[in-house]
Design a binder for this molecule. Structure first.
Ligand code: F0G
Length: 452
């Protein structure tokens, strides 16, 4: 491995520490003075907006690009390039990320007790998760900066995404995942896209610890979500959502919380859109965690957000099985600035909500379903009023964890777990496959008995 030559000059964007405000070099992840995380800022915007364009001019330009055949214009991330760090067009690695649908969820709205509910489905990205929107920017930066190797620790989706973008961009990739604690579908993606894939005998937090040392010693570019370029790409989901809503902000945006970069990215975009005049009101951003992986919930409830309380994480929603989230300070700032909140949901609540989203013909992976389960609680608490508009951010595709889905419908998901008794309430949602003799009358009998 040779040392990469950093060739990037940043003229418009800068890396700035979220703690002490000092600027940092473009390939760093933490402040050299206080070790806090970095974020990308655009000092040039102060003189007349991104590239001197008004919000109205940008809205028009971005809509027009959607009709172009240029790969960067067709990307639902690079379409918004005026609000992204500058990357040379020849270095952009895109596989058609973003441009994801917004679905109405009328039945889930009813069961949650509100009038109107939609889902922004980031699982409809090329590798099946929201990670692609950030990965296109950070992988492109890595290539532009001259790196040959990229790496991440992951609960499965980041690694699938990184492996794909590295392969498309001619980079090598190293994946560290917790052995036995990610879905097979996600592991298979990383293998198929050609990553050097290591299953470490530890959890996600352990993988992060190992990787942080590896990248200190080797010329490998870190593509975990502490990478500020990933956050920039991920923020475009909020620009795109607002565009789809005619720039009329919803009252609430609800996101799952794991390592807490996604909520940070969405909050950053809302702050920017407000500053740039796209919107005049900021939706409340609320973060939902699994009860067994709830460090942010505990941090806020027990310390008022003063000090992170890491936990030993355990949940079947393996994507968010994270006890020591890197971006907790960024997410906390978003919750405070937007007036959002945090909530935790049980394993059974997650499974029930996932089945409800599936029954709407939409579907998502377990980690995404915490949003609907959390919304139900927030409505009961009165934090979300029945007339308010809510957007759930669904982060992963239903096929990401088909093992979970099959076990749910067969009825053995909670067998032998402490949740077995509570899971009794899920029976009516389970659709067990029926095995029959290959006879017409048997199928017709079944059809008649299933008549609603
Ligand atoms: N939903 C899904 C499907 C995820 O894969 C993740 C995180 C999250 C939600 C949480 O997002 O970390 O930004 O708060 N997955 C990471 C991974 C950690 O490695 O794939 P977050």
């Amino acid at each position: 491995m040779t040392e990469p030559a950093i060739r990037t000059e940043t003229s418009v964007s800068q890396l700035r520490c979220i703690g002490c405000g000092r600027t940092a070099l473009p390939d760093r992840f933490r402040c050299e003075h206080c070790r806090d995380l970095l974020e990308i800022v655009y000092p040039g915007w102060e003189e007349g907006g991104p590239q001197g364009l008004s919000s109205r001019a940008l809205e028009k330009l971005w809509r027009e690009r959607a009709a172009s055949f240029d790969p960067a214009d067709q990307s639902g991330v690079w379409r918004f390039r005026e609000v992204l760090p500058e990357i040379a067009p020849s270095e952009i690695i895109t596989i058609g990320e973003g441009n994801t649908p917004v679905y109405e969820l009328p039945r889930s709205a009813k069961s949650a007790g509100i009038k109107h509910l939609v889902a922004k489905h980031q699982g409809m990205n090329p590798t099946g998760s929201f990670k692609d929107t950030g990965m296109t920017v950070a992988a492109s930066f890595a290539r532009q900066a001259g790196y040959k190797w990229v790496a991440c620790a992951s609960t499965g989706n980041t690694s699938a995404s990184m492996a794909a973008y590295a392969a498309r961009g001619g980079l090598h990739s190293l994946v560290l995942i917790p052995d036995g604690k990610i879905s097979w579908g996600k592991l298979s993606q990383s293998l198929d896209y050609g990553a050097l894939t290591c299953q470490l005998k530890t959890d996600f937090d352990g993988c992060v610890r190992v990787l942080n040392e590896v990248v200190e010693r080797m010329p490998v570019y870190l593509l975990n979500s502490v990478n500020p370029y990933r956050v920039e790409g991920q923020k475009t989901v909020a620009y795109e959502l607002l565009e789809q809503m005619g720039w009329q902000p919803p009252d609430h945006i609800i996101v799952p919380g794991g390592n807490l970069a996604n909520s940070s990215a969405i909050g950053k975009a809302l702050r920017e859109m407000n500053q740039l005049g796209f919107i005049s009101r900021i939706p409340k951003v609320s973060v939902i965690q699994a009860q067994g992986a709830n460090p942010l919930v505990r941090t806020i409830r027990e310390t008022g957000g003063e000090k992170l309380i890491p936990v030993h994480a355990e949940t079947m929603a393996t994507a968010i099985r994270i006890g020591n989230p890197a971006s907790w300070k960024k997410a906390l700032r978003v919750i405070r600035e937007t007036g959002g909140t945090v909530e935790e949901v049980s394993e059974v609540e997650i499974a029930g909500a996932k089945a409800e989203i599936g029954a709407e013909g939409v579907g998502c992976e377990p980690a995404s379903a915490v949003t609907l389960a959390g919304l139900k609680k927030l409505v009961k608490q009165g934090f979300v009023a029945p007339h308010e508009s809510v957007v759930l951010v669904l982060t992963g595709h239903v096929l990401k964890d088909s093992d979970f889905t099959l076990r749910f419908h067969r009825g053995d998901l909670f067998e032998g777990t402490p949740h077995a008794a509570e899971a009794g309430c899920l029976k009516s949602q389970q659709r067990t496959p029926v095995v029959l003799e290959p006879r017409v009358d048997r199928v017709i009998d079944l059809l008649r008995s299933a008549e609603p």
